[in-house]
Write a new protein. Structure first.
Length: 339
């Protein structure tokens, strides 16, 4: 029997920012950088040695936004684009040409940004693209990875296995050797009428059989007993994950998005959003996110790039073509607009 390592909780997004700073900054192509909050983030990321930005968009608008925060930009750090579509295309071309090592969404719609990424050769063959919010909740002693809250709308069992794989890989990249993953549903018992409980039970068994590697996986777990040891104890749940989760695999996009936004706006949390399953790190933040959330996203992207690790992924079947977010058609896993 393989001996498992004891999970070590990651602390805060600030710790990740400190860990990412002071090294070789990654070159980040910023798609439509003409927003003061975006530029404020990039200035701080450059100061900390996390990222070296390449600013894509209308130069006059970028310069005006930079002047609003007192930043005198180098004109050579800007590439002109007349539209969001053109800016996204240029961003993809920069990473494909090796002139940038990561991408960051600026002041544009998520669907425009992601359409360029998904349709221009940035997917890893056989990999499902998914989104992870790394959430720093003040009253929780570890970072929470909430997935998927922005890309996959109603994932089936196989899709959930791949989304979970992506989240596990991310936690490895930022330094957590064996994260605890809670597969979330409305209840902690298997009920055939609630499909997400069946999926959770299957994923738990798949992890025990080695089909999902690198994490402790348990479910179904309700949200309360996934993050509260007291709740788990009161309900008599004996689990290595209950009350100590590092990853929350949500039943669908709606529940994931609602949870992440609730944590941000009602619990004072900060959430850094990144996209997994592509050939480069991608920072995907809401246009309403504060600079600290965007800075944390850049820090995570830098750590991802420096780690450069990959876990084994099951090969796609004939019904799961590599050119789409397998196994569902493009229409079933189109990116949700993140506002």
């Amino acid at each position: 029997m393989t001996q498992t390592a004891t999970p070590v909780a990651l602390a805060t997004l600030d710790d990740l920012i400190q860990r990412a700073g002071g090294g070789n900054p990654i070159r980040v192509a910023v798609v439509n950088a003409a927003q003061a909050a975006v530029l404020e983030t990039l200035r701080e990321a450059a100061r900390l040695g996390i990222a070296e930005p390449v600013l894509i968009g209308r130069p006059t608008e970028i310069v005006e936004a930079a002047a609003a925060i007192g930043w005198d930009l180098d004109p050579q750090a800007m590439i002109e684009a007349d539209s969001d579509v053109e800016a996204a295309r240029i961003g993809v071309e920069l990473v494909q040409a090796g002139r940038a090592e990561a991408l960051m969404k600026g002041h544009l719609h998520t669907d425009t940004f992601m359409h360029a990424l998904l349709g221009n050769g940035l997917r890893q063959p056989g990999r499902r693209v998914s989104h992870v919010f790394l959430v720093d909740v003040p009253d929780y002693p570890r970072l929470l990875a909430v997935t998927d809250a922005a890309v996959n709308i109603v994932p089936d069992l196989d899709a959930k296995a791949q989304i979970l794989h992506n989240a596990i890989e991310l936690m490895h990249m930022i330094g957590l050797e064996r994260p605890r993953a809670a597969v979330i549903s409305a209840v902690e018992t298997v009920k055939p009428a609630i499909v997400s409980t069946l999926d959770a039970a299957c994923l738990t068994l798949m992890a025990r059989r080695g089909q999902i590697a690198g994490a402790e996986v348990d479910g179904p777990l309700a949200f309360d007993n996934a993050i509260s040891e007291r709740a788990a104890h009161e309900k008599g749940i004996d689990s290595p994950v209950a009350g100590k989760a590092d990853i929350l695999l949500m039943p669908d996009l709606v529940s994931g998005n609602v949870l992440a936004k609730n944590l941000e706006y009602h619990a004072g949390a900060t959430a850094a959003g990144v996209v997994m399953g592509l050939t480069v790190p991608v920072v995907l933040s809401s246009r309403a996110d504060p600079p600290e959330a965007r800075l944390a996203g850049l820090a995570v992207a830098a750590l991802m790039y420096r780690a450069g690790i990959r876990l084994p992924v099951p090969s796609p079947t004939e019904a799961e073509p590599t050119f789409c977010c397998s196994p569902q058609p493009e229409s079933a896993c189109r990116p949700m607009e993140v506002r």
